[in-house]
Design a protein around this ligand. Structure first.
Ligand SMILES: O=c1ccn([C@@H]2O[C@@H]3COP(=O)(O)O[C@H]3[C@H]2O)c(=O)[nH]1
Ligand SMILES: [Zn+2]
Ligand SMILES: [Zn+2]
Length: 241
C-alpha cells in the first residue's frame, strides 16, 4: 500500500496542514481523518472529494473531523452520493450528536446515515476494506474520557492516532511483525496528550529505525538531525509501506 500525508501538522501548525492521510491500494483510495484543513489540502493535491472511496476516523478533534461537514455536503449536493465512513462503533453517536448535527441537519436530512454509508468498526477486530487493505482499530490513550483509535493496517503498518507515549505497545507491535510505525510527535515537552520527541527517543535503536514522525509543529525544521534513527514523514510525499 501507498500512503501520502495530505498534512503532517499538529492541530495548531500553520506551515503544515492537519495530520490527515491518503492510503492507496489497487482500486481503493481511503482518506484517514478529515480535519479542518483537509478540503484545501486535497484541492492542492489536485484531487476532488469524489476521487475518494471513503474516510476512516480516529477521534473527535477538529484537526481529524473538522472537514467532514464539507465532505458530506460536497458529496451529496455536488456528486449525488454518500461516501463510506469507517469509524469505531463507540464514536458513531458522538460524531453526529456532538460534532456534525448542527451543520448538516436540514429538512429530511436528520442523521449521519443521510450523508454517509456508515460502517461501524468494533475495536480489536480486523476488517477488509478492499482486497489488499485490512484494518484493525486499537484504542490508544489521548484525552481522558475521549475515545481515540490508532490503526493497524495489514498486520504490518501501525498509524497512530493522537496518543500519549506507549513504548510497550510500540515494542509489542514490532515484536508481532509490524515493519513501519507512523507516530504523532510533539516536538516540545511537556507531552500531556501526545507522545513527545524525547519520549520517542527512548525507544531502542532497532525500533526507532521503523518509526516515522508525523503530527508535528511548525518548528520541525529545527529538529532535523535530532530525531535519532526515526525519520520524518514529509507532507505530500507518497511512501510505500
Ligand atoms: O487536554 C488537552 C486537550 C487539547 N490540547 C490541545 O488541543 C489540541 C487538539 O488537537 P490535538 O489532539 O491534535 O492536540 C491537542 C493539544 O494541542 C491540550 O493541550 N490538552
Ligand atoms: Zn490531532
Ligand atoms: Zn486529538
Amino acid at each position: 500500500m501507498q500512503i501520502t500525508m495530505l498534512g503532517t501538522g499538529s492541530a495548531f501548525a500553520k506551515k503544515y496542514y492537519n495530520n490527515n492521510a491518503l492510503v492507496e491500494t489497487d482500486g481503493c483510495r481511503l482518506l484517514v481523518d478529515c480535519g479542518i484543513t483537509l478540503p484545501t489540502a486535497l484541492h492542492k493535491k489536485g484531487l476532488q472529494f469524489d476521487a475518494l472511496d471513503g474516510v476512516l476516523i480516529s477521534h473527535m478533534h477538529g484537526d481529524h473531523v473538522g472537514g467532514l461537514e464539507e465532505y458530506a455536503f460536497q458529496m451529496l449536493f455536488k456528486y449525488g452520493r454518500k461516501p463510506l465512513l469507517y469509524i469505531a462503533d463507540t464514536l458513531v453517536e458522538p460524531l453526529w450528536e456532538q460534532t456534525l448535527r448542527g451543520g448538516l441537519t436540514q429538512g429530511d436530512l436528520t442523521s449521519l446515515e443521510d450523508f454517509f454509508v456508515v460502517k461501524p468498526l468494533v475495536p480489536g477486530q480486523y476488517y477488509t476494506l478492499a482486497p489488499d487493505l485490512k484494518v484493525k482499530l486499537i484504542q490508544t490513550k489521548h484525552i481522558p474520557n475521549k475515545d481515540s483509535y490508532s490503526f493497524l493496517f495489514n498486520d504490518s503498518f501501525f498509524y497512530s492516532a493522537d496518543m500519549k507515549f506507549d513504548g510497550e505497545l510500540v515494542m509489542q507491535l514490532i515484536e508481532n511483525g509490524v515493519t513501519t510505525v507512523y507516530h504523532d510527535c510533539q516536538l516540545e515537552q511537556p507531552g500531556m496528550v501526545h507522545a513527545t520527541l524525547d519520549e520517542l527517543l527512548t525507544l531502542p535503536e532497532d525500533v526507532q529505525k521503523k518509526v516515522w514522525l508525523m503530527h508535528y509543529g511548525d518548528a520541525m525544521d529545527d529538529y532535523r538531525g535530532r530525531t535519532g534513527l526515526m525519520r520524518i514523514v514529509e507532507q505530500g510525499v507518497a511512501y510505500s509501506v
